[in-house]
Design a protein around this ligand. Structure first.
Ligand code: FES
Length: 105
C-alpha cells in the first residue's frame, strides 16, 4: 500500500506562481532533509505534484499565490507564494503543525 505524503499544487494561474511554488517546495524538502519522513514508525516519501484545479479558485486565481492540498490529511492552503515554502515544509511536514495563516477552512 502507498503511504506517501503528497502536496498537490494548482498551476492554473496566468502568473505561473503555482509552478514556482511547486519548485520552491521541492527545493525546501531537499534543503531541510524532509523528502523522506519517519511517521509512526513508517517511512514515507513526500512528493510534490502539480495539478490544474483544486476547485478552490478564490484562494488561487484571485490572490498573489496558489492553492495546494496536503494528503493524506487533506489540509488546504490558499494563496501560497514561493516565499511561504520554507515555513510550510518546516512546520507542516517537519513539525506536524498546520500553518494557520495560510490555511483555508
Ligand atoms: S484554478 Fe487553482 S484551484 Fe482552481
Amino acid at each position: 500500500m502507498d503511504h506517501d505524503r503528497r502536496l498537490f499544487v494548482c498551476i492554473n494561474q496566468k502568473s505561473g506562481v503555482g509552478e514556482a511554488v511547486a519548485k520552491s517546495l521541492k527545493k525546501e524538502l531537499k534543503v531541510q532533509g524532509l523528502k523522506k519522513l519517519l511517521t509512526g514508525g513508517e517511512r514515507q516519501r513526500v512528493r510534490v505534484q502539480t495539478c490544474n484545479c483544486l476547485d478552490i479558485c478564490k484562494q488561487c486565481k484571485k490572490g498573489p499565490g496558489a492553492a495546494l492540498i496536503v494528503y493524506p490529511e487533506g489540509t488546504v492552503y490558499g494563496n501560497v507564494r514561493p516565499a511561504d515554502a520554507a515555513e510550510l515544509v518546516a512546520e507542516h511536514l517537519g513539525r506536524g503543525h498546520v500553518v494557520k495563516r495560510l490555511r483555508v477552512d
